[in-house]
Design a binder for this molecule. Structure first.
Ligand code: FE
Length: 301
């Protein structure tokens, strides 16, 4: 692991954002019957602009994931796959092949069009992780598709006092640049481990929309004074407060194992969102064009 040898004192913030709303994900399935929880759903796209979707998957039962995600198209946005456990093989119409393994991240810019598959490379055992969709600005939606595999060792890990650690997947945090940096939406994606009773203050640009998703360990208190108690498998949407310079997270003191938290923030695009399944554009005419291009076999050429 690319662990920073120094131990940092947690950077303090002056005024934390508070929790605006707690969201419980919706169980669903996608691809060829892969069971997952859709945490960020379509009705939240405007509120959490530029983020369009967050799926959490995690199962020990092969029948929940073995169908995988056979060939399917995308246009107009980026997909970020964060693998925690298990292995998936990625193949796409550009010719990229990659192995998603535990601790790795895949950042795919669909741009004007890509067709890809993500298939399990295991017959049994646990498969767990996330897929986050990040919108592209209107001016970038028809850009050339791109794909980047980030192996676990290339995700910077910052170790703070008392066993707090932060994997900086995207953006800037704690003076480190993440594995990925993107213009315009300037996404910040952090995978945080918080032992019982420990706090982490994360600076966030005031203009970013932001949320946290607690995915393991138990209750995390989110916010400054009178923090909200966020249970495992809940998303907390963070209020946009011009006076706030970040967010304070604190793992409940009674946790038997460290809390695991995904923190996601990005600059809103403030553009119209038109979605039809795997196509996300600005207008219905552009969606119709994507469907036509796919049907004619020219979406990903
Ligand atoms: Fe996909």
């Amino acid at each position: 692991m690319n662990t920073d040898p120094r131990t940092h004192a947690a950077a303090s913030i002056q005024h934390s954002r508070q929790v605006e709303r707690l969201v419980r994900g919706q169980p669903t399935s996608d691809g060829d019957g892969v069971k997952l929880t859709r945490v960020l759903t379509q009705p939240l796209q405007k509120r959490l602009d530029p983020f369009l979707m967050l799926d959490a998957f995690g199962s020990d039962a092969a029948s929940d994931y073995i169908g995988g995600f056979p060939d399917h198209p995308h246009r107009g946005f980026e997909t970020v796959t964060i693998m925690l456990e298990g292995r998936m093989r990625h193949r796409d119409s550009v010719g990229n092949v990659g192995l998603l393994e535990p601790g790795s991240v895949q950042w795919m810019t669909a741009g004007r069009g890509i067709i890809h598959s993500e298939m399990p490379e295991q017959q049994e055992g646990r498969m767990a992780g996330f897929q986050l969709w990040v919108n592209l600005a209107a001016k970038d939606k028809m850009t050339a598709p791109a794909y980047r595999d980030v192996p676990p060792a290339q995700v910077p890990v910052v170790t703070l006092d008392a066993g707090v650690s932060v994997r900086v997947i995207a953006g800037q945090a704690l003076g480190r640049s993440g594995a990925v940096s993107r213009p315009t939406t300037e996404p910040i994606v952090l995978d945080i481990t918080l032992p019982a009773g420990q706090a982490f203050d994360c600076a966030l640009p005031a203009g970013h929309n932001a949320f946290v998703y607690v995915y393991g360990g138990g209750v995390v208190e989110v916010g400054g004074e009178a923090p909200a108690r966020v249970e495992s498998e809940r998303m907390a949407i963070l209020a946009n407060d011009p006076a706030a310079d970040g967010v304070r997270l604190r793992a409940d003191a009674g946790l038997a194992r460290p809390a695991r938290v995904l923190l996601v923030a990005g600059a809103p695009l403030n553009e119209p969102i038109a979605q039809y399944g795997p196509f996300v554009m600005n207008t219905s005419a552009e969606i119709q064009q994507a469907v036509t291009d796919f049907q004619r076999g020219v979406l990903a050429t």
